[in-house]
Unconditional design. Structure first.
Ligand code: G3I
Length: 407
């Protein structure tokens, strides 16, 4: 299905050239104008080349057709970690401008701390994305730290920001075996069902009408395709999954309810196990609306299988979403690895765009400045589409090119 390596190879050099120019411009002079829309890239390319040849003059290079949006030069408060590139600016045509045409949410996982402390993070997020997912703030240990006590402060910061920026919120996650509050381990098993029911009803109820979709169950299937051995399975039993979906639905019947997992973009026991679990829930009439494919990658997934897998859920009437994409690279990245990374982002987005039931494309963070990868994979990083200085990478251009197709 994807034998258009010729197209990708040509666009690779085009992207590389363009990225080099953007990177050079981010590192060199300030008031180079920003790229317009993709169709005027060639004129900008010529302009960039021309401007690199001579010292920058006033920004007359923008094609007259584009009404240049004044790009704010952000002056960071002394406390915030200002990016290395002194002339931070926003793209003129962000990803979120293109996504609606594909009925797609384009999103990123985020955290309240950088949102409150790093103005570049706050500026890029609302500018580029129309959806956000809490990376950690809605997880058990943070939102339900003590028995009977719920702390919504961190998650509320994210939900409020989303509302202020016309963004949709995807909740993550109600039931997981990790990042549990310490007190849960001490709960007698015969009380665990009541704890989980209260947890789900309280959180989904609190965000009713504000969170459009929830990862109800995260990583409930093991690599053998069977139910993962978790405290929920041990104490409540295998029907903890259908109970969780039923409680979430009762708390907010309008919210879309997802099963979310990793390594299911590959043909293996796990991806089959997830399909069988979801199909069995539907057969029992359990309210479930889709499957989240996390997509934490080091290499390109088999596009044909991924498309077929997404199609198998379409046949069940379910949505699929790319929920946590990142492509980690050996540090330091090279121009070659950055281009390979761009190809992988392009391939996954293209499969999603070509699957009518793929309704969201979310990356697990957006700038290499804040990413889980270096902590969990020492020696790896640079996994996202903006670098640590908020300069857009070849991967960003690949996403925008794919989203801009058909414009
Ligand atoms: O809250 C403590 C803080 O008090 C302490 O000062 C700090 C320093 O050690 O650690 C903070 O806890 C960290 C927590 O994230 C919140 O930032 C934990 O150490 C850290 O291990 C934890 O990592 C998160 C990880 O899930 C936990 O498994 C990552 O940020 C988060 O990106 C990651 O996300 C998961 C998805 O939820 C599910 N899919 C896989 C994905 C990546 O693992």
């Amino acid at each position: 299905m994807y034998n258009n390596h010729h197209v990708i190879r040509n666009s690779r050099w085009f992207i590389f050239l363009l990225w080099m120019i953007i990177w050079l411009s981010a590192c060199s002079t300030a008031d180079l104008p920003h790229e317009g829309d993709l169709t005027s890239f060639t004129s900008i390319l010529a302009a960039q080349l021309q401007s690199l040849a001579q010292p920058p003059t006033t920004p007359t290079l923008l094609p007259t057709s584009l009404t240049p949006i004044p790009t704010p030069t952000m002056v960071p408060p002394a406390s915030s970690p200002s990016p290395a590139s002194p002339h931070f600016s926003l793209t003129i045509h962000p990803l979120r401008q293109y996504a609606p045409a594909h009925n797609l949410y384009i999103g990123a996982a985020v955290s309240p701390k950088p949102l409150l402390e790093d103005p570049y993070y706050a500026a890029v997020l609302g500018h580029e994305y129309n959806l956000l997912t809490p990376e950690n703030a809605m997880k058990f240990e943070f939102i339900h730290p003590e028995p009977g006590f719920f702390d919504f402060t961190q998650a509320d910061v994210l939900v409020e920001y989303a509302e202020q920026h016309g963004m949709t919120v995807r909740g993550h996650t109600l039931v997981w075996h990790l990042q549990l509050a310490d007190w849960v381990e001490a709960v007698p098993c015969d009380q665990m069902e009541a704890v989980l029911k209260d947890h789900i009803e309280t959180i989904v109820g609190h965000y009713r009408g504000q969170v459009y979709a929830w990862d109800v169950i995260n990583e409930g299937i093991g690599d053998d395709g069977k139910l993962r051995d978790t405290i929920w399975l041990r104490c409540i039993g295998p029907d903890y999954i259908e109970k969780a979906f039923t409680w979430a639905y009762a708390a907010d019947p309008a919210a879309k309810l997802f099963y979310n997992d990793y390594d299911i973009e590959l043909e293996n026991q796990k991806s089959s196990g997830v399909y069988e679990l979801v199909a069995s829930l539907l057969q029992k009439g359990i309210p479930i609306h889709g499957v989240g494919i996390q997509m934490h990658l080091v290499e390109a997934p088999p596009a044909a299988y991924l498309a077929k897998y997404m199609g198998s859920f379409a046949d069940l009437g379910l949505e699929v979403q790319i929920t946590e994409m990142d492509v980690r690279l050996p540090e330091p990245p090279t121009s070659e690895t950055l281009i390979q990374q761009a190809d992988i982002y392009r391939l996954v987005l293209r499969v999603c765009l070509e699957a009518p039931n793929c309704t969201a494309f979310v990356t697990w963070g957006f700038t290499d400045r804040y990413s889980w990868v270096p902590e969990f994979f020492p020696g790896f990083g640079s996994a996202l589409v903006f670098d640590a200085d908020y300069v857009l990478k070849p991967a960003y251009i690949a996403l925008r090119e794919e989203l801009g197709k058909g414009e």
